[in-house]
Design a protein around this ligand. Sequence first.
Ligand SMILES: Nc1ncnc2c1ncn2[C@@H]1O[C@H](COP(=O)(O)OP(=O)(O)OP(=O)(O)O)[C@@H](O)[C@H]1O
Ligand SMILES: [Mg+2]
Length: 299
Amino acid sequence: MPTNESTEDAPRTPPPASAEEPSANGRPDASERPDTESSAAGGEAPTEPAMKPKLNINDLHFWYGDNHALQGITMDIQPHKVTALIGPSGCGKSTLLRCLNRMNELIQGTTLEGTILVDGQDIYAENTDPVMVRRRVGMVFQKPNPFPKTIYKNVAWGAEINGYTGDIDALVERSLRQAALWDEVKDRLHTNALDLSGGQQQRLCIARTLAVQPDVVLMDEPASALDPIATSKVEETITELKKDYTIVIVTHNMQQASRISDETAFLYMGRLIEMNPTDQLFTRPEKDRTEAYVTGRFG
Ligand SMILES: Nc1ncnc2c1ncn2[C@@H]1O[C@H](COP(=O)(O)OP(=O)(O)OP(=O)(O)O)[C@@H](O)[C@H]1O
Ligand SMILES: [Mg+2]
C-alpha cells in the first residue's frame, strides 16, 4: 500500500560510511570478479548461460510508521540458489524477507516503495493477489510452529485450504521426503506433531510450506533454536531443496551462511552493503564494513 508521502529525504544513494559505490544490483561488475566462480565451480562458470533472476528487488524502501527500515535495497536473487541475508540485529533482514511475500503489509501503518518482481511479475501490482503471492513464495519461521494436530494433517493443511484436488497422501509423502523427514515419521503420520523433537518439528514446518507447492522458500533463522545435530539436518535439507526451489535464508550464523549459501547479502542499517558469491564475501569482502562484520569486529 504505497502512500504518497514524499521520500525526498529518503537516501537513495549508497551509505555515506562506505566510499565505494555498489553496482546497481549490489554486485560488482563481472570484470571485477574474474575467476572466482569459475575456479570455485571447477571451470563451469564461463559456459553457464546467464540466468534470469527469480526475484528482482529494485530500490525497495519500507517504513514502520516513520521508522525507515529499508532504505533503497536493490538486488537480484538467482533461481535454484540459496541466498543468505546477514547483518546485525535490527538491520532489516526479517523486514526484507517479509516484503518478498507481502507479509509486511499485514502490519498496520507501514509503507512500501520500490518494486519486487518474481519471475518478472510485480508482486505489489494492483492486480496481483497477495494470497497467490504467499502461495508462490512460502515462509518458514524461526521457531517451529506446528499445529497441535497430527503430522499428516499439518502437511495436508495448506494443500487442503488451497483446494488441492490431487492425491493428498502422495503430496504429504513427497513433501515429507523433500524435507528429509519421511523416514523418521512414516510409521507415525497420525500421531501428534507436537511429540516430535524441535529439529523434526522444523523440518515438518518446511514440509508444510512445501506442500503448498511454492517456487521460493523464505526462511527466517530456521535453525537458530536447534541443537547442532538438528541444525545439520535442516542444513542438509536446505541444500537438497535448492534443486527444486529458490531459497532465501536469514541467519546470524556465519558458518551456516558459508556452509549452505551460494550468495550472501550483507545488510547494515536498512541498506545493502555488499552482495557476492558466498566464498568471496567471506574471504575477500569488497567493503570494510562487510569485513568488520564477518570477522566479528562489530555486530
Ligand atoms: N512489526 C514491527 N513494527 C514496527 N517496527 C518493526 C517491526 N518489525 C521490525 N521493526 C523495526 O524495523 C527495523 C528492522 O527490523 P528487522 O526485524 O527487520 O531486523 P532484523 O535484521 O531481522 O533483526 P534481528 O536479527 O534482530 O532479527 C528495526 O528498527 C525494528 O525495530
Ligand atoms: Mg529478524
